[in-house]
Design a protein around this ligand. Structure first.
Ligand SMILES: Nc1ncnc2c1ncn2[C@@H]1O[C@H](COP(=O)(O)OP(=O)(O)OP(=O)(O)O)[C@@H](O)[C@H]1O
Ligand SMILES: [Mg+2]
Length: 337
């Protein structure tokens, strides 16, 4: 069966004064109907650029998709005209970003902002669209929806604004929502509420979600599968349960050691030392080698192929070559065995 979204060998460069930044360097993953796939990794690893590419929003210039394919519902996104992309974004792919204030128009009532897409893309009349906008506000848990629809974004709290953005994203019943750090700007309690809301809406609508985050806690909470990115490549991917139970890449081990335990047990958090490589001139070998406690000579020289484990769990690391020394993965990830 064809996946709802299939990203294959995606490469995106940006021309800058300093040279060409190779922001995304061959990313492959897929998303099926109704599932949440998290893209996780440190700042600058290419998460947002991957999302922009899927939505046809790479600013060009300076950006350019240099290779690869993005198929959504059997259609090739990279080959679409501006008008087709606009239509897809209005109807089939919804978007939720980190800062709700930049996604909302400060001079327009929130009800009208939700109604706008319904009028343009779903051919609803003004009155009908307004009514649907109020329904959407109710759906995302905003009390007094009819009154709230007549208010402006500044009259809402941060968490409420993000609910409004989710209402806009879902108004035209998209099949896929791309959420780029949707809860990063919110405090922890509100963050949990927004994640719950997204999960409920997803189940009701069989919605697929690409959830971008730098927070493994959010991944554990909200996603079924994860794509771990580092320096523009996918280093590990698979079912979230598998990745947490049997992480296979030293970068994932590092991420786990630097995150608080879900069960609340106290332990020392260990940040990953060092910084990601320069993306103007990425290394030939594994990009994580310079920061990896387990790096071998081959790691500096040659990019590892992905090794397949169970259930679509894959990792690109030389430690899984049969000639490599065996490392206890759970100990390396700082987990008790
Ligand atoms: N418009 C642009 N012009 C030049 N370089 C860009 C542009 N957009 C992104 N980049 C570069 O692409 C790389 C990946 O950026 P991206 O925004 O995807 O990171 P990210 O993983 O989303 O990080 P964060 O967690 O900080 O949001 C970075 O090196 C960034 O500087
Ligand atoms: Mg980003």
């Amino acid at each position: 069966m064809e996946h709802l979204l299939q990203v294959e060998n995606l490469k995106v460069n940006f021309k800058t004064f300093g040279g060409e930044v190779k922001a995304v360097r061959g990313v492959t993953f897929h998303v099926d109907k109704g599932e949440t796939v998290a893209i996780v990794g440190e700042s600058g690893c290419g998460k947002s650029v991957t999302a922009q590419a899927i939505m046809g929003l790479i600013p060009s210039p300076p950006g350019r998709i240099v290779d690869g394919s993005i198929r959504f519902n059997g259609q090739e996104i990279t080959a679409m005209s501006k008008e087709e992309l606009h239509r897809i974004r209005g109807t089939q792919i919804g978007m939720v970003f980190q800062d709700p204030m930049t996604a909302l128009n400060p001079t327009m009532k929130v009800g009208s902002q939700i109604a706008e897409g319904l009028i343009r893309h779903r051919n609803l009349g003004k009155q009908e669209a307004k009514q649907k906008a109020v329904e959407m506000l109710k759906l995302v848990g905003i009390p007094d929806a009819a009154k709230r629809a007549e208010q402006y974004p500044h009259e809402f709290s941060g968490g409420m604004r993000q609910r409004v953005v989710i209402a806009i994203a879902l108004a035209c019943s998209p099949e896929l929502v791309i959420a780029d750090e949707p809860t990063t700007a919110l405090d922890v309690t509100v963050q949990a509420q927004i994640l719950d809301l997204m999960r409920d809406l997803q189940q009701q609508n069989n919605l697929a979600i690409v959830l971008i985050t730098h927070d493994l806690g959010v991944v554990a909470e909200a996603a079924q599968r994860a794509v771990v990115m580092y320096a523009g490549i996918v280093v590990e991917t698979g079912p979230v349960e598998e990745i947490f139970a049997r992480p296979k890449h030293p970068y994932t081990w590092g991420l786990m050691k630097s995150m608080p335990r879900i069960d609340g047990a106290k332990e020392r958090l260990v940040p990953i030392e060092g910084a990601p490589p320069d993306l103007f001139n990425p290394p030939h070998g594994c990009p994580f080698a310079a920061r990896c406690d387990y790096a071998m000579e081959i790691c500096q020289r040659q990019m590892p192929e992905a090794t397949d484990f169970a259930d679509g769990h894959k990792a690109a690391c030389w430690l899984h070559d049969e000639r490599a020394p065996k490392i206890d993965e759970l100990v390396a990830a700082g987990r008790q065995v």
